[in-house]
Design a protein around this ligand. Structure first.
Ligand SMILES: [Zn+2]
Length: 465
């Protein structure tokens, strides 16, 4: 039995590739997340959470250390070596406070350093292996561990990395048809032609999509269905916690490492490109002892704020320094927003950085990209929230102003941390052995390939070396 004096358990459901705007509790027009919606009614929902350092490795590194990319020194999926010893991870902090710590589905990544126990579950497969019951397999791995941890006289911390909204999107019935009633191979529909002709990704996507697919709306509906399927499986976890009498003594967080671009921006069912579908993530925290229920909190925050928030909620003190701050400042209304101007980075399929303000987004390429996009992109997020009109040429003054603010921020963080911007020093970030840096978009286009689903799995595994 648990002692009453124990600090609360922490359950961090950190879903890979979950975009905020596809959850019904964040206003999506279809009912994709009824159980998460109900959970949010008992929780505090944050409306403006940004994943500043996409994709997976760099985002989780920030989420699990309370640091930005200058603190974690991680910007690339295929980060070389381990996480710097200068930082302490959340499981390391909590182990020191007497917690047992468990990672489900995130073994071997530099960002997942410091867990006592790692369990894995299968989360990849192609069309011939459909459906992929990723979230049920996660539950099969996690629930026995949960019962054991709950039976011991120790608080526990568990990280769950759900993979359902990460391609391949192959949810089981009825979710594969929940949001789609048409013919995926409808004759005459040409909407999937550009996906087929984008050689770097075509092999991978065609390995898990229905043979002969022509209708892009079918793929979007699989993403929606994967969320709805995962949502039902997350309900099983929450009900088990409730049944064990542990729910109210557990801080439960639903977050995403980054979002996902579906058909937008020619990024094709992946999470590269510094556009809002990939940068904006959900964050919902349930802990009725200290957090209001059914409250929606606006104001910008980032992954680096999560660790200070969890320690604050759990009543745990540490001498460690973080780049983020406890979100209780926003919840209590002491602050209306944290930094609203944010340095954003990506370094997996393209190497770019930028500066996001509530009104503008500047994206600057550090080398030519495989989409043949312009070196500088500028979007007015108020007038053009879908980021379809690059106005960099029309507003050179705004570009210069934002660039100056971004460069001042970089210089400031370099001075504070005593390192060079990891965006400049990562090296061989793209995982190819033939070049350090692409000189042209054509070279990048001809070099970068995902391959098929098995290759994609290996690519992710390579990020663990
Ligand atoms: Zn990810």
């Amino acid at each position: 039995m648990k002692r009453k004096s124990n600090p609360p358990n922490i359950l961090l459901i950190a879903v890979d590739s979950l975009r905020r705007d596809y959850l019904s509790c964040y206003g999506y027009g279809k009912k994709t997340s009824p159980h998460i919606d109900a959970f949010a009614e008992e929780a505090t929902l944050f409306e403006d959470t940004i994943s500043a350092h996409i994709p997976t490795t760099s985002a989780y590194a920030s989420m699990l250390t309370g640091r930005d990319c200058f603190g974690t020194e991680v910007v690339a999926l295929r980060h070389r070596g381990g996480l710097t010893e200068k930082v302490t991870t959340l499981p390391e902090i909590l182990a020191d406070k007497g917690y047992s710590t468990l990672s489900v589905g995130f073994k071997g990544n530099p960002a997942s350093r410091g867990f006592e126990n790692y369990v894995e579950f299968p989360s990849w497969g192609d069309w011939s292996e459909r459906p992929l019951r990723k979230a049920e397999l996660l539950n099969d791995a996690f629930l026995p561990e949960l019962e054991q941890m709950e039976a011991a006289d120790k608080p526990w911390f568990a990280l769950l990395r759900h993979m359902d909204p990460h391609a391949p999107y192959l949810p089981p019935a009825p979710y594969d048809r929940m949001f789609y009633g048409g013919d995926p191979c409808e004759p005459g529909n040409t909407s999937m032609d550009p996906v087929r002709s984008f050689e770097p990704f075509a092999g991978f996507h065609l390995s898990w999509l229905p043979p002969g697919i022509t209708d892009r709306m079918y793929v979007d509906a699989q993403y929606e269905g994967a969320i709805a399927y995962m949502d039902a499986c997350i309900a099983v976890i929450l009900e088990r916690l409730r049944g064990l009498g542990a729910l109210d003594n557990t801080i439960v967080v639903i977050n995403g490492d980054h979002g996902e671009t579906l058909y937008e921006h020619e990024c094709w069912y992946d999470h590269h490109g510094l556009y809002d579908p990939t940068l904006v993530v959900p964050l919902i925290v349930r802990y009725p002892k200290k957090l209001p229920t059914g409250r929606r909190v606006s104001g910008f925050n980032q992954h680096k704020d999560l660790v200070p928030t969890l320690l604050d909620l759990a009543g745990l003190k540490t001498d460690l320094r973080f780049d983020g701050r406890s979100l209780m400042g926003l919840v209590k209304g002491k602050k209306t927003s944290f930094e609203s101007e944010i340095y954003i980075t990506e370094c997996t399929w393209m190497r770019k950085h930028g500066w996001r303000t509530p009104e503008w987004k500047l994206i600057v390429a550090l080398e030519p990209d495989f989409h043949f996009k312009p070196e500088i992109e500028l979007y007015n997020l108020v007038e053009d929230p879908l980021e379809n009109r690059n106005v960099a040429k029309k507003h050179p003054d705004v570009v210069a102003h934002l660039r100056g603010r971004m460069e001042a921020h970089i210089a400031g963080r370099e001075k504070q941390t005593g390192i060079r911007n990891p965006m400049e020093t990562q090296g061989a970030w793209h995982g190819t052995m033939t070049t350090e840096r692409f000189e042209t978009s054509q070279e990048a286009y001809e070099t970068l390939r995902i391959g098929d689903a098995a290759m994609a799995k290996r690519l992710q595994a390579e990020s663990r070396k």
